[in-house]
Design a protein around this ligand. Sequence first.
Ligand code: NAP
Length: 276
Amino acid sequence: MIAHISDCTVLRNGVKMPWFGLGVYKAKEGEEVELAVKAAIKAGYRSIDTAALYDNEVGVGKAVRESGVPREELFITTKVWNADQGYESTLQAFEQSRKKLNLEYLDLYLIHWAVKGKYKDTWRALEKLYKDGFVRAIGVSNFQIHHIEDVMADSEMTPMVNQVEYHPFLTQKELHNFCKDNHIQLEAWSPLMRGEVLQNPVVIELGEKYQKTPAQIVLRWDLQNQVVTIPKSVHEERIIENADIFNFEISPDDMEKLDGLNQNKRVGADPDNFNF
Ligand SMILES: NC(=O)c1ccc[n+]([C@@H]2O[C@H](COP(=O)([O-])OP(=O)(O)OC[C@H]3O[C@@H](n4cnc5c(N)ncnc54)[C@H](OP(=O)(O)O)[C@@H]3O)[C@@H](O)[C@H]2O)c1
């Protein structure tokens, strides 16, 4: 049972990654993101998920350094944006992210989307960054099974993490099973479906049953499905609320009810058909 906010999954290379963290997409650079990251770390969060695209790496790094928590107790993720993909340009993009964050190393570096014709060169750059010791783990995001198989077919390393859209309306069972079989940790983005799943009657009813909020039900469901989760909020009360999920367990029957809500419904783009 995942019983504490700092509990970790063990990635295929032995590195520990917290099951729970803060997402900062759309948190504004400067005070907004700094306050959110500081509030999260104060509430016990040990993992922060940003990306070059989010344009808030400076604030994330500043909050991390000022948090008072030793760097090695924190787990910081960033991602290479689509426009920077390719071997040399990814190495440069990483250096830019590292400078903005002002951190010596990253814990996890992800390919943000599988850009056709480029993601394999991008992956080679991630392998180099890993071997050179700049990042403790490397992975992908928004990769379908065929993208991962393509990378695995002629790369030295297999991605350690796949961060994808995942919530009760999009459970991606086949992809999840493939990742489990290959020791690739699945990580949920938009775990709350940006608020949409919180209106669902089954989620609300289970909240009443367990005396928890709809957000807490959905986030606990992630953990019990062995999926890393990174809900975003810039409000301290919600940051605290979202983390209060380590003192209860959803029964197997109720887990099934939540699994049964799947509609293959996305809030974000389709990884096989995006134009950015
Ligand atoms: N790899 C990718 O392509 C990708 C794509 C999207 C997201 N992500 C990552 O995943 C993280 C999470 O996804 P997300 O930001 O898209 O969506 P999300 O976490 O599902 O939802 C965030 C939204 O829900 C609100 N919210 C948070 N806690 C709440 C609560 N307890 N009750 C009611 N509303 C609540 C937030 O508002 P307030 O902030 O106003 O509280 C925000 O509008 C991102 O921040 C990012 O780090 C990655």
